[in-house]
Design a protein around this ligand. Structure first.
Ligand SMILES: Cc1cc2nc3c(=O)[nH]c(=O)nc-3n(C[C@H](O)[C@H](O)[C@H](O)COP(=O)(O)OP(=O)(O)OC[C@H]3O[C@@H](n4cnc5c(N)ncnc54)[C@H](O)[C@@H]3O)c2cc1C
Length: 452
């Protein structure tokens, strides 16, 4: 009788999903070649997003296609299924997922059985029931959101430039960012820098006309680079006229007015929400154990605690930080851990299939680098603190060394070189979001712009 191959199902094609599958296709090459194992990656998009580059993509320094890695190209020994896992019955070793085709056909979710499962669906924005947030808030986690925000900011400048109504102009030129982690600070830093540059091409919009506001609930920003560098970042942003409000929360953003807990009210058409992440909700649709914050309960070997043949890592997983002084600490949800966990995870799955001992995941956080706009940055890595140009340069060198594939590295590097030689791109291609608008109008229908 022909033996069925061992099927490893990877849920998610982000940092953990892609790097685990990459590691597995190398480690299990003989088994894959002999047909004794197969790797199936189920993920909603055919690409992995290198999220640390999203702020630069929003600023126009890197084009969107170069921020993502095509999974089919790099995972050539894996089966890529573009779909979304909706539930997992681990007791039955079965996952259900939907695809564009199942939606089209109206057949509902389809099942896939597996022998080993890697849960790597990452995280989603942690939102609060703030009036108006669900309707008007803008996220910053995907390449679509980053490019959408770039187009939106330039569009607001165009609105401000063409309106005669001072209230509309004021709201269009006010940009509120909520959350002072690296996503919020880098996105604001890069976009403010881009908008300041773009304003020189407007006859009636000056950099001083714009209001950029950063709202942070705690007393510090950028905890990833330490307290001293966090304070430096606040002072740098304030020197750029950015209104940094610490120990302040967003209370409401209805009717195009952002209301803050310190009583301030800002008419605005832009509220960007980057106030942290929470584990992906699909985890709750599994029979796998979760901790009190909804993260997958994992061991230091990256197995799911208390069950066999299930693995987890990254933002979705509570992995014990064995390097921490206090017991019970979890690894923070960041790329630094995700990439390294994926490596250990791949090795451990291969070891378990070969009945070899598993390794513990151990990595001491080495600090972080953040870009605050062109030639501006802050870094605290391996105990070294850097500011301004050297930090920004280090940010670029670090991420260039980290972005997967030589192909991507070369494309990103050539874009940086070209943007150093020529002027920055300040065009908004917001109309790309409504590609049929022109034709529908010509054909006498209602344009999607009108109907939205
Ligand atoms: C703007 C921004 C900047 C950042 N900068 C840094 C930085 O400078 N340094 C740093 O260390 N970290 C940074 N991070 C954090 C880092 O990107 C994350 O910690 C990392 O991506 C986590 O990896 P992951 O694999 O767990 O999740 P992700 O990379 O988010 O991957 C999750 C994958 O699962 C897929 N998925 C979701 N639901 C399902 C489902 N139901 N079925 C199948 N697939 C699913 C998703 O589409 C995605 O492909 C940044 C994050 C953002 C948003």
């Amino acid at each position: 009788m022909v033996k069925e191959p061992v099927r490893i199902l990877v849920v998610g094609g982000g940092y953990v999903g892609m790097y685990t599958a990459l590691r597995l296709q190398r480690k299990l090459k003989p088994e894959l070649t002999r047909g004794e194992a197969e790797i199936v990656v189920v993920t909603p998009d055919p690409y992995m997003t290198y999220q640390p580059f999203l702020p630069e993509a929003a600023a126009g320094s890197i084009s969107p296609r170069h921020v993502v890695v095509p999974l089919r190209r790099v995972l050539h020994r894996c089966r890529i299924v573009i779909g979304e896992v909706v539930s997992v019955d681990h007791a039955k070793r079965t996952a259900s997922f939907t695809t564009l085709a199942t939606e089209d056909e109206g057949t509902g979710a389809v099942d896939i059985t597996y022998d080993e499962i890697v849960m790597a669906p990452g995280s989603v924005a942690r939102t609060l029931p703030i009036p108006g947030l669900a309707e008007h808030g803008i996220g910053f986690k995907t390449v679509e959101e980053a490019i959408g925000l770039r187009n939106h900011v330039i569009e607001q400048m165009d609105i401000a430039s063409s309106t005669r109504d001072p209230e509309i102009r004021d709201a269009a030129l006010t940009f509120v960012f909520v959350g002072g982690g690296y996503a919020g600070v880098e996105a604001l830093g890069e976009l403010e820098d881009m908008a300041r540059y773009a304003s020189r091409y407007y006859h009636n919009v000056k950099a001083e006309d714009m209001k950029w506001i950063l709202v942070e609930a705690t007393g510090r920003i950028l905890p990833e680079v330490g307290a001293e560098m966090g304070k430096y970042t606040v002072s740098q942003l304030r020197r750029r006229n950015i209104d940094v409000r610490l120990e302040t929360r967003l209370d409401a953003c209805e009717d195009r007015v952002a209301v803050l807990s310190d009583g301030a009210r800002f008419p605005t058409r832009t509220v960007v929400w980057t106030a942290g992440v929470k584990p992906h909700p699909v985890l709750a649709a599994t029979d796998l154990p979760l901790n009190e914050r909804g993260r997958l309960d994992c061991t230091a070997e990256l197995t799911v605690a208390g069950v066999t043949h299930a693995w987890g890592a990254g933002d979705a997983a509570a992995v014990p930080d064995v390097t921490a002084k206090e017991p019970g600490k979890e690894c923070a949800p960041n790329a630094q851990h995700a990439v390294r966990q994926a490596r250990t995870l791949g090795d451990n799955i291969a070891a378990s299939l070969r009945e070899q001992p598993l390794k513990k995941y151990t990595h001491k956080y080495v600090g972080s680098v953040a870009s605050l706009g062109l030639h501006k940055g802050v870094a605290h890595v391996y105990g070294r603190k850097l500011k301004g140009y050297p930090a920004w340069f280090m940010h670029r060198v670090y991420h260039l060394s980290r972005v997967p594939t030589v192909n991507r590295k070369s494309r990103v590097l050539s874009e940086w070189i070209l943007s150093g030689l020529f002027k920055r791109e300040i065009v908004s291609l917001g109309s790309l979001e409504h590609p049929r608008a022109e034709f529908e109008l010509a054909a006498g229908g209602r344009s999607p712009k009108e109907s939205s």
